[in-house]
Structure formats: C-alpha cells, structure tokens
Design a protein around this ligand. Structure first.
Ligand code: TYD
Ligand code: MG
Length: 452
C-alpha cells in the first residue's frame, strides 16, 4: 500500500512544515499547524477541450497582441473604476470581506447587470435562495446561470457545456477538489482550488471572481500566498450596522490600487454613492461642540468626513482613549502632542473619537480635524460647520503639509465651505481659489483662531 504523504500547514499564513511544532516558523502564531494530505492524484482538472491553444513560446514584446485585453464593462461604475476600467479577460479576482457585508449581493448584482453570459456558482446558498435575493435586488437578466455546487470538477464540466463569459465563485472556502483529500476550507484545498481556477482563467480567457472570507484580523482566510496567486484583490468593507460600504483594491495587476468605490446597502441591494462627501456629514439642528470636518482623499477622490470627539473627566483611574474609524495609537500621539506642545492637560480626561458613517480613514491629513474636534469638545465651543481642515500634525506640534491639497480645497469650495485650514508650508497658489484658505503653522495659532 502506498504511504499517504502528509505535511503540516499553518492555518494562519499557509507555510508548510515537515513536522508538527507548536509555533509557526513564519508568522510566529501558536497552535496553528494542522496536518493535511499533500499527495495529488493524476486526474486532470481543466481540459481545454473546445479551444486549441498554441504552445506558449517567447514573443517579442512589440509583437504581443493585446487586442483581447479589451476590458469588459461590468455595468457598475464603481466596480469598473476600482478595477481600473472594467474586467480584463482571463483575470482572477478575489473579493474579500467580513460575513454579511454584501459580497454575494454585489456579485449577484454584477452577474445580472453585465452584458455577458455569467455562471454564478454558490457553495453557500441554494438556487432558490439566490433567486429570492435576485428578486430583492430587483434586477432581471436572461443570461445569468446559477449553480449550487462545491466540487471543482463538476463546476468545470458545467463550464464546458455552458461556455460562460464570466464565472463567479461564492466562496473559495467552500470549494473542494478530488485531487486533495482534505476537507473544504483547509489550506491545501483552498490553494489547489484557486490554482485550478487560475489555470482555467488563463487558458480560456474567461475572467473569474472568487469570494473569500476574511479572518478576525482582516486577512483573507487561507494562505497569504492566495493574494499573490490572483491578479486582483478587492476588499469590501464597512460597518455592518451602517449603510455605507467601501470597495478597495489591495492589489491590481492591471491598474492603480488607489481607487475606491462607495456603496450604500439599501433594502433593494447596493447602490453607488455619487457624492459621498455630502452623505458622510451628519445633519444637526443645532450647533454642537466636538465636531470638525476633515478634507481627506480616498484613492483619487477627495472626501469630506466628519470627526466627532467627546472629552470628559475620567471616572476611573486610567482614562479611556477609544476611537472608531481612526487609529488609536495615532490618537494617543496627538493627545501627547496637545499636552506637551500646546499645554492642554488631557491626562485625566477620557477621549472618544468617532468618524461618522462607519468608515475607517488612514489618511494622516485628518489629524488636524481630530485635534480641532478634541479641543472643541474640551472647551465646549462649537466650530463653524463652514470650516474644514486638512493637515498632518508632527511630533513637535507643527502643522505639516499634506499631498494633493489643491484637490481637497477644490472639493471644499465645491461643497460650499467658507474656510479651509491648511499648513502654512503647503506649496500652493492661493490666488484664484474660490474659498478662503487659512494657513497655520502651530497648534497655538489654531487655538487662537478658533477658540479665541
Ligand atoms: P450578503 O451579500 O449575503 O453578504 P456576504 O455575502 O458578504 O456574507 O449580504 C447580507 C446582508 O445584506 C444581510 O445582512 C442583508 C443585507 N441586505 C440588504 O440590506 N439589502 C439587500 O437588498 C440585500 C440583498 C441584502
Ligand atoms: Mg455570501
């Protein structure tokens, strides 16, 4: 009898180890190794039966034909933009996101909207369930086929008969292949199934969307190398309790990774948000302290977001510092700067920061607005809602310039803001601007300007 070959795979990062050990050599996580069979059968996975391909040989770069690389329009402006202008034939795209965020809804919407024959394979939902969802999102299509299947061999045989122009797999964690004996969702199954779909996509030039679940810490579950294998990695994120969803590119072999798409999850599916700046600002009846507007840039789009802060006396010994949508370490740094460089004693105060709309922002240009909202709450003096802020704060309390400041100012002007506070060191021409620009260099200048 043949001995079955096994190996130990880290369930966190996918690294293979020859024997069991408590800690993974690569990612240093504990107790993540599990034994999986690695013997492969010789069964063929994807037969290119209908199409005959030329043997691949080296070509001069100027002789390579890129006619077939014309992009396919998905019928969804946001997704098209995020992908860099549409889907490239033969691309393998991975869409990750937390459960319930709307991955299946987004892809079903695309499947129904796109002007092409689509095979939507679900390993999680039945055909009936998907039909009910399609009724809910109120789309109709006569060229969208639904298959409830998890075995890759069966999926490929259906693909051969149907000959679709786009394949959607929901999700990669439910797939399993006969070539490997592990249970679905194990590292080697995910890796092998993905590899089979890559082979299929590259040979047939049919683009494939794979849905991937993500783990607690925001990584796509399965080996990290999955992200290296595919052409495009998209992340669908947002707060499940809010209606806004952001589609972000983590990797794109065919375009920029800086683009984002913004959607609203409504009762009849996802709809694109065309002017996000207006929506992300909360409406208030009266003026309140602790609010400030930041002019941020997400991808290449300027976006106005609202920062809310609450500063109150700490009841317990250690004051709390909590932030939603903003990096807590950065908040602690800003508080230290305020204490040391500007003389505010916040050491005995609880500080809470929230970015409205349930979105997270990494852009350091919102630092200034965070500080303004904290000081506004601290002094209990409101900041005019016609002001917005775009600057970074340095460790010595200096107000630093940020990239693309003109774009931020233009967006502020377009949306009717009166004044934009920026760093004095920003290199811009303030002549023909439609909005008042207030250059500042130190936190003290800001305080005297806003709170007198
Ligand atoms: P779903 O696409 O199933 O999420 P995922 O595939 O990422 O797990 O989305 C599920 C959530 O979206 C669910 O909580 C219900 C909500 N939803 C709407 O609010 N409106 C809709 O039209 C649809 C189809 C779902
Ligand atoms: Mg789903």
């Amino acid at each position: 009898m043949n001995k079955v070959k096994t190996s130990f795979f880290c369930q966190n990062c996918g690294t293979q180890h020859a024997k069991w050990q408590g800690q993974c050599n690569s990612c240093k996580e504990w107790n993540t190794l599990s034994e999986e069979v690695i013997e492969k059968s010789t069964k063929k996975v994807w037969k290119s039966s209908q199409k005959i391909y030329e043997a691949i040989k080296p070509l001069k770069i100027d002789k390579i034909d890129i006619k077939q690389e014309l992009r396919i329009n998905t019928g969804d402006q946001e997704l098209d933009r995020v992908l860099g202008g549409g889907i490239i034939p033969g691309a393998l795209m991975l869409l990750g996101g937390e459960p319930g965020i709307g991955k299946s809804t987004l892809l079903l919407q695309i499947a129904m909207r796109i002007n092409a024959k689509v095979l939507y394979v679900s390993g999680e939902e039945s055909q009936r369930q998907i039909k009910i969802r399609s009724n809910r999102i109120n789309e109709s299509s006569n060229d969208c086929y639904i298959l409830s299947e998890t075995k890759t061999q069966n999926i490929f045989s259906q693909i051969e008969t149907l000959n679709p122009d786009l394949v959607i797999i929901d999700s990669v964690q439910t797939l399993n292949t006969d070539n490997i004996e592990n249970s679905p969702g194990s590292i080697s199954q995910i890796k092998e199934c993905t590899a089979e779909f890559i082979r299929f996509a590259k040979e047939s030039h049919v683009p494939v969307f794979l849905v991937g679940h993500i783990t607690k810490d925001g990584q796509i579950a399965g080996p990290k190398i999955l992200e290296h294998m595919v052409d495009v990695v998209l992340h669908f994120e947002g707060d499940r309790n809010h209606i806004y969803r952001i589609l972000r590119t983590k990797k794109n072999r065919y375009g920029a990774t800086s683009e984002i798409g913004i959607y609203e999850m409504q009762s009849h599916g996802l709809s694109a948000v065309n002017n996000p700046s207006e929506l992300l600002i909360s409406e208030k009846d009266e003026k309140l302290s602790g609010h400030a507007i930041a002019a941020t840039i997400e991808g290449v789009r300027p976006l106005m977001i609202e920062i809310q802060a609450l500063v109150s006396s700490a009841v317990y010994g250690t004051p709390q510092r909590t932030s939603t949508g903003y990096n807590t370490k950065r908040l602690n740094m800003l508080l230290a700067v305020l204490e040391k460089r500007a003389g505010f004693t916040l050491g005995s105060k609880d500080v809470f920061i929230n970015i409205t709309g349930g979105i997270s922002i990494d852009d350091p240009a919102i630092d200034l607005a965070v500080i303004v909202s904290i000081l506004s709450s601290y002094h209990d003096i409101e900041v005019s809602e016609k002001y917005c802020f775009a600057a970074e704060i340095g460790l010595s309390g200096e107000i630093r310039p940020v990239p693309k400041v003109e774009q931020r100012i233009q967006e502020a002007a377009k949306l009717g803001y009166e004044s934009v506070f920026i760093s004095k060191f920003s290199k811009i021409d303030t002549q023909n601007l439609l909005v008042k620009v207030i250059p500042i260099s130190k936190i003290q200048d800001l305080v005297s300007h806003l709170f007198g």
